[in-house]
Design a protein around this ligand. Structure first.
Ligand code: SPV
Ligand code: MG
Length: 279
């Protein structure tokens, strides 16, 4: 089983890579949140690409980009997928929600897109790719939207038949019961991906036993960073001082190292050495 973790910027992606994660989830929820936006297609697709490009520039680990419902029809999504591939993004994930989508955990109605429009997006993106390793992951939100298990299974089968490289089945339940039922009934052959955010207490070994190929921990880095920033802001504000923080926060030298400042200093010696003053 593979483990994919969320990153919302290049620095987070680098930390995830250094930790050893096999792939990065460029989450629409967390990318939007870092921009002060709702996870509701408020970010435009060109903004999404601009936000993810520094991640792929900075790491070698594959990035799976959360492309919401594809930002439009088959044509828009195929264009998006081409641009993503050109920027070194390993794969794009699209979900079968109507545009504009809402985050799966937003307490609202979740409208599904009809299967034929959605499969057209999968086919157009697959037909348009030039790198054979580029992936299109199809995500069904049927269970999130309150549709039946049969509907979820029928959609999953249609997405596999349309050429999806993997299937992501999402659930907002507090337990893995419906995911378990889905995996029991689904006869598909493409890898199965899940994001256990609400059913996080299910042991990972159970997912493996269900035949899940990859788990996405979809938002935990930004949530950790948010909690940590709130804590530190609170302490600084209360103390009107930063005394006592060193040792508990990342040293400045570590930030310089993370962004390979040494490499710049070496280049400086080579290309722009400080010349001794002529007197
Ligand atoms: C995201 O991380 O943006 C996702 C997963 O799409 S979820 O927030 O669970 O919808
Ligand atoms: Mg998303």
């Amino acid at each position: 089983m593979s483990f994919i973790v969320e990153a919302h910027n290049a620095l987070a992606a680098k930390l995830a890579e250094r930790t050893g994660f096999e792939a990065i989830w460029a989450s629409s929820l967390t990318l939007s949140a870092t921009m002060g936006l709702r996870d509701a297609n408020e970010l435009t697709w060109t903004q999404v690409l601009s936000l993810v490009e520094p991640m792929t520039d900075f790491i070698q680990t594959p990035v799976l980009l959360d492309a919401d419902s594809g930002y439009g029809d088959f044509n828009i999504f195929a264009r998006f997928a081409k641009k993503a591939e050109a920027r070194g993004i390993a794969g794009v994930c699209i979900e079968d929600k109507a545009f504009p989508k809402r985050n799966s955990f937003a307490k609202t109605r979740h409208a599904l897109e009809d299967t034929s429009s959605f499969t057209a997006k999968i086919k157009a993106a697959k037909d348009g790719q030039t790198d054979p390793n580029f992936c299109v992951v199809a995500r069904t939100e049927a269970l999130v939207a309150g549709a039946s298990m049969d509907e979820a299974l029928a959609r999953a089968n249609a997405y596999e038949a349309a050429g999806a490289d993997a299937l992501f089945v999402h659930s907002k339940q507090a337990t893995a019961t419906e995911i378990q039922e889905f995996t029991r009934q689904w006869g598909g052959t493409i890898p199965l991906i899940i994001a256990p955010t609400t059913y996080a207490s299910t042991p990972t070994a159970d997912f493996e036993a269900m035949g899940v190929s990859a788990v996405i921990w979809a938002n935990h880095a930004l949530r950790a960073a948010t909690a940590s920033m709130e804590q530190v802001y609170g302490e600084i504000f209360a103390a009107k001082s930063v005394a006592g923080l060193e040792g508990r926060i990342t040293p400045v030298q570590d930030l310089l190292a993370l962004t390979q400042t040494d490499e710049l200093l070496d280049a400086e010696q080579k290309y722009a050495p400080v010349k001794p003053k002529v007197r």
